[in-house]
Ligand binder design. Structure first.
Ligand SMILES: [Zn+2]
Length: 98
């Protein structure tokens, strides 16, 4: 597999970055140790994981992705897997070139 063109890894890393920025805005607005922030964080992370899982399953159904050999789990967060970074999916076609 070519590590440089893993679709799920690219999407997951970008999504993680976006989610972290959204959480930072929530922390600024509500304060880190508040009930409002805890709710905001829980909801934001749920949307992130559900949306990203749905996207990866759809990409698996159309033949772009398959489960990664590391058996990573999206909600487990970032990992050191060079194929998926913890997304849990990698390219199905090893010849796939973006
Ligand atoms: Zn992996």
């Amino acid at each position: 597999m070519d590590e440089a063109v893993q679709i799920a890894k690219m999407v997951f890393e970008k999504q993680l970055f976006i989610m972290k920025q959204i959480l930072r805005m929530g922390e600024f607005k509500f304060g880190r140790e508040t009930e409002a922030y805890r709710f905001f964080k829980e909801q934001s992370m749920d949307y992130f994981y559900i949306g990203t899982e749905t996207l990866f399953k759809e990409m698996e159904e159309i033949g772009l992705l398959k489960k990664c050999i590391c058996k990573g789990y999206l909600r487990g967060g970032y990992s050191g897997c060079s194929y998926c970074s913890g997304a849990g999916y990698c390219n199905k076609d090893t010849k796939f070139n973006i």
